[in-house]
Structures are given as C-alpha cells and as structure tokens.
Ligand binder design. Structure first.
Ligand SMILES: Cc1ncc(C[n+]2csc(CCOP(=O)(O)OP(=O)(O)O)c2C)c(N)n1
Ligand SMILES: [Mg+2]
Length: 589
C-alpha cells in the first residue's frame, strides 16, 4: 500500500520578512484551512494579528469555552473531512480544550489544535501557565509538536495537515512558543501535498468476493470517518445490489441510508438487543471503515468465541487490523479508494435475501412507536421529527441515554448527516451543532442533548448568535444524569447517589440570548413547536420534558430495579408522572 507523495511540494515564494504569527496564518491558508475556532490568549497575540491579515480567506470563530471551540473544530472536520484549526491559550486553555482532542482521536477526525506557549527562553522554570504539551497530549493526539523557529512554520504546519488527514485521521497538537511568533523571517509558503489514498490490493478484493460467494448470512458494518460522497454512494450501490444487510457502527448513523430495505440498525451502546442477538448468527462480517471497538462489538463479545465468524476488515491503518479480533482477511485501504474499487467486482445474485429480510424486520419492529406512560411519548416525537427534517439536515448528538431515542426511532435518509461523539464525551452536541452550521450555513442543523450535557457547553449558543447561525437544540430534560442513574439502578437498585439535577428554565435560557424557546410536555405539542422554531429563523431551544421513570426507550426504572432483584414496593406499581416542577428557587446567600 503505497502513498504517492510528489517530491517537493509547491513553494510559494515571498518577498520581504513576515512575523511568525503572519507566517502561521499564511501557512493555514496555503493548506486550504478556512476556519479557525478560538478562545483568545495573550500567548498568541501575534497569531491573532496574522489571522486579522488573512480574514478574507480564513474565518475566525470566537468561542466562549475552549471545549466548545475544539468540539466545533472537531465537528467541522468530521462533516467536511477537512481539518479546521482550533486555537487555545497556554495551560488553562489547553486543559479545557483537551476533550476535543480526545474526541478527535477516538473518532478519527482530522483536527489541528494550536496552543500558545510560553516564551521558549523560559522553558522549565514552571513559568506562568507553562505546560509541556508533548507530554500532556502524548496519549491523546496523533502527533504533538512545538514550533520554536518561525522559519519552520510552513514545513511543520504542512506536515501536521498530512498527519491529521492521512491513514486513520486524527488530531495534531502544535504548541507555538511566544517569542517565535514575533520573529521576522523570510520563508516561502508550502502548498498542499497531493496524496492519493492507499489502494486496496486487487487479490484481496478477489478473496473478499470469494468469501462472500460462500457465505449464507453476511453482515456489513460501516463506520469510521472521512467518507466522501462518492464513496458512500459506491458502497451503498454495492451493498444494495447484493442485498447485504447493513448495520452502522456507534454514532455513525447516516453513513448509510436508513430508509433502504437492507439497513438493519446500529451496533453500539444501547443497540436493539434483538439485532445484537441476530448479528451473532452472521457467518461473514464485512467491517468497512469501522474499528472493531468496544461499543461496536458489545464489550468485545460480538464475535466470540474467537474465530467463530470470519471477518473481512477494511481499514486505512494496519495497526488496527487484528488488534482485538483477528480478521480472516484484513485489507489496508483508504476507504474512498476501497469504495472506488467496488464497482469493478463481478456481480452475483445473493442467496441470503431471507436473512436480510429477517434482520430488516427487526429494524421495522424496533422503529415502531410503542405506548409509554406519561404525556410525552418521545418515540412519537422523534417519529414526527423524522417527517419534519429537511432532506439534507445535519443532526448532532451529545452523549447520554436521550441519544437512543433518535437512534432508534429515526431512519436517517441518504442526504442527511448525523454526527456524535463515539468516545461518549458529554458537552459535544451544542458546539458540534454550531460548528456544523458554520460549515454548512444553508443546511438545517438540529442537536440532540440531555439536560446534563446542555449545561456543560450550552453557552456556545452565544457563539451561534455572534456568528449569525441558527441551530435548533432539542434538550431532553429528565432532571438527571440519566445514563448513570440507569447503571446505578442496575448495580445498586434504589440507592440514588449523585445523579439528580435541578435545572433552569431552558426556554427562558435561550430567550435571554435573543433566541426562540419552546417547552414540550405532551406528544402533540412537539411538531408545532418544531415548526415554530424553524420559522423563527433564530437559534432555538426546544425543551422536551420527558418522563424520568422511562429511563430508556426499552426500560423503566422499576424494570431495572426488578431486574436487579429489588422487590417492588407494596401496592400498585409506581408510575412517575412527567416532571412539572421547575427549578427550585435559589437559596438566599
Ligand atoms: C464529559 C463527560 N462527563 C461525564 C460523563 C459520564 N456520563 C455519561 S452519560 C452521563 C449523563 C448524561 O446526562 P444527560 O445529558 O442529562 O443525558 P441522559 O442520560 O439523562 O439522557 C454522564 C454523567 C461523560 N460521558 N462525559
Ligand atoms: Mg438527563
């Protein structure tokens, strides 16, 4: 597998000296980076000045919190396949922003994080906010470097982009020592390298074809990042023509058109147990682009006992092949190059249409809206939402139990996109929605977030206002850290510890920013509220007051307790009504 790298990238000569800060801004532009998400710091004033000079080519987005800024940049990279830059200041800014690096790493997203560094000359005195970023980010990022010589900025930024986007994409952290940014240097800009992705071995493709011809119950699992539109189409057509059932991996919904008859659901956290059981019957796994991660493999149990099912694993990084599950056939390939090779494979009539239909029937059953106690049937609301979303809507998700409602009850269609943190990072959804709307201002952007996650980074709505974009945020309010309560009730039934929440009025919260607020407490209220939010044209929050007893779409708290061996309370089964009580008044100091 060979990467073709032309010798000598394009050099753009420059006459006269430039400051390091300006060279950096020009280096970003030369690499095609057109968005930077930042919380400013005095540690990179010269870079901010450089960005001022290139503001017509590179949009600087001023954020309210570094976790928000880096998450926005991560979402931008996830949706476009192109890295955005994030800028944060020394120790405090880097610490706040670190979560976005962790997400980009586990989610394989191209990202550049620039950190203002102390003056190089003061290194190792524990000077103000000094941190050694090579050590701090070593286990979090794909590569970490520090630029101490302004003349090397074009070279190191170009390499950072290559590293972030090649093979398995990921985050690169670049510390910028402070004095270096002021140095005047004469150095040419370095253009982008034209790097073709690794092609799949034709002999391996023929072996895959032969394995498929012998299979009776194949199952494709799609995942990973940076699929081009052409790749999605080619893979979809190949799978449809062979009627192979297709599951998407954790939070990679909308990699595949959920309305197609061979889409069978997602394999991740909170997946349909019936699908997981059935998936164990597969006699061939086609894992395309996905890691065989803990979430996808249901805690590394899906393909047990080891070797019981042959796996064809196609992935851009050889280090990931055979890491936990030994594939019968591993293919190292860029996913877009792999997809481009698929139409060349001979067609044959599938023999497993009954198997595919059985799996699809499970999906059809899962998506059917059940009756739930309480005034607001969230499943019905999600069903209604599916009918109201634009065909090219972008959906962003935070982490939490609420996320299982859209995942279960919406079959995202081909033009729609869904992004979420596969590393389960709370605080992702709102910044991701702002980043998505900045990347695609013309598209509808809707965010799913819990009451817990919303108050982690919901203030980034201010960034949406500041930059004139209007996402719609659906806050699922169950007045608790519901996911942890769910685990708690399973492990320690009835002993509620550290998981209840007191919330503000979420509609008033957005109104204070000048946005559109709605409260939905009953099923029929959802669709009109969503329509009003769209029509408002302003950033909007729709609070869904959900029934806290319905802890997931498949279980109530009472059921979890019973499952954990706790006897039900004497008398009638307890039914908890949807919350009506608002936040308690603040205590007087
Ligand atoms: C940054 C971060 N902190 C903590 C957790 C652990 N955690 C996972 S889900 C969850 C609760 C989420 O609460 P909420 O956003 O209200 O969603 P719900 O589960 O109630 O639907 C917590 C605390 C996490 N995954 N990420
Ligand atoms: Mg909650």
């Amino acid at each position: 597998m060979e990467l073709i790298k032309p010798r000598g990238a394009k050099l753009v000569p420059r006459s006269g000296g430039r400051s390091g800060g300006r060279v950096l801004a020009d280096a970003l532009v030369a690499q095609g980076i057109d968005h930077a998400f930042a919380v400013p710091g005095e540690s990179y004033l010269d870079v901010l000045d450089g960005l001022y000079a290139v503001s017509k080519k590179l949009q600087l987005i001023t954020c309210r919190f570094e976790a928000g800024a880096v998450n926005m940049a991560e979402a931008f990279g996830k949706l476009t396949g192109r890295p955005a830059a994030a800028f944060v200041t020394r120790g405090p800014g880097a610490c706040h922003g670190a979560i976005g690096v962790h997400t980009a790493m586990q989610d394989s997203t191209p990202l550049l994080l620039f950190v203002g560094q102390i003056p190089f000359e003061e290194t190792d005195r524990e000077s103000f906010q000094e941190v050694d970023y090579r050590r701090m980010f070593a286990p979090l990022a794909k590569w970490v470097t520090q630029i101490d010589d302004a003349a090397r900025i074009p070279e190191l930024v170009a390499h950072a982009v290559d590293v972030a986007t090649s093979g398995r994409p990921g985050p690169v952290v670049i510390a910028l020592s402070e004095e270096m940014q002021k140095h005047i240097v004469e150095v040419p800009d370095v253009g982008r390298a034209d790097i073709a992705g690794g092609l799949p071995d034709p002999a391996a493709l023929a072996r895959m074809q032969a394995m498929l011809a012998r299979a009776s119950r194949p199952l494709a699992i799609l995942g990973g990042s940076c699929w081009s539109e052409a790749a999605r189409t080619a893979v979809r057509e190949w799978l449809v023509a062979r009627d192979i059932p297709v599951a998407v991996s954790f939070r990679r919904h909308a990699l595949y058109d959920g309305t197609l008859a061979n889409f069978v659901g997602d394999l991740g956290v909170g997946s349909d147990p019936a699908l997981v059981t059935k998936a164990r019957e597969a006699d061939l796994i086609l894992a395309f682009g996905t890691r065989l991660s803990e979430a996808v493999t249901q805690g590394y149990t899906l393909f047990e006992p080891a070797g019981s099912v042959p796996i064809v694993h196609v992935y851009p990084d050889p280090a990931e092949l055979g890491r936990v599950f030994r594939p019968a056939l591993g293919i190292v390939a860029d996913m877009n190059a792999f997809a481009a090779a698929l139409p060349g494979l001979p067609a044959f009539a599938p023999r497993w249409s009954e198997w595919t239909a059985d799996l699809r029937a499970l999906r059809a059953a899962a998506v059917t809206v059940p009756e739930y106690a309480g005034a607001l049937n969230v499943a019905r609301a999600m069903h209604d939402l599916a009918g109201l979303l634009e065909p090219d809507a972008i959906l962003t998700s935070d982490a939490g139990n609420f996320a299982t409602w859209p995942a279960r009850f919406i079959n995202f269609s081909d033009g729609q996109r869904f992004i979420g943190p596969t590393n389960g990072a709370m605080g992702y959804g709102v910044p991701a929605a702002v980043g998505a709307k900045i990347a695609f201002p013309e598209r509808q952007v809707v965010c799913f977030v819990g009451d817990g996650g919303f108050l982690m980074t919901g203030q980034e709505i201010a960034t949406a206002f500041h930059h004139g974009v209007a996402p719609i945020i659906l806050v699922f309010n169950n007045q608790m850290y519901g996911t942890i309560r769910m685990y708690q009730e399973r492990a320690y039934p009835g002993r509620v510890s550290g998981t209840t929440l007191t919330n503000p009025d979420f509609a008033k919260f957005i109104e204070a920013f000048g946005g559109h607020g709605e409260v939905v407490a009953a099923t029929d209220e959802f669709a009109p509220a969503f329509r009003r939010a769209v029509e408002s044209g302003r950033p909007a929050v729709i609070e869904l007051r959900t029934n806290p007893e319905q802890i997931t779409s498949r279980a109530t708290i009472a059921q979890l307790r019973a499952g954990a061996g706790m006897k039900p309370a004497a008398g009638k089964a307890k039914r908890v009504a949807a919350p009506t009580v608002r936040a308690k008044p603040a205590k007087k100091r």
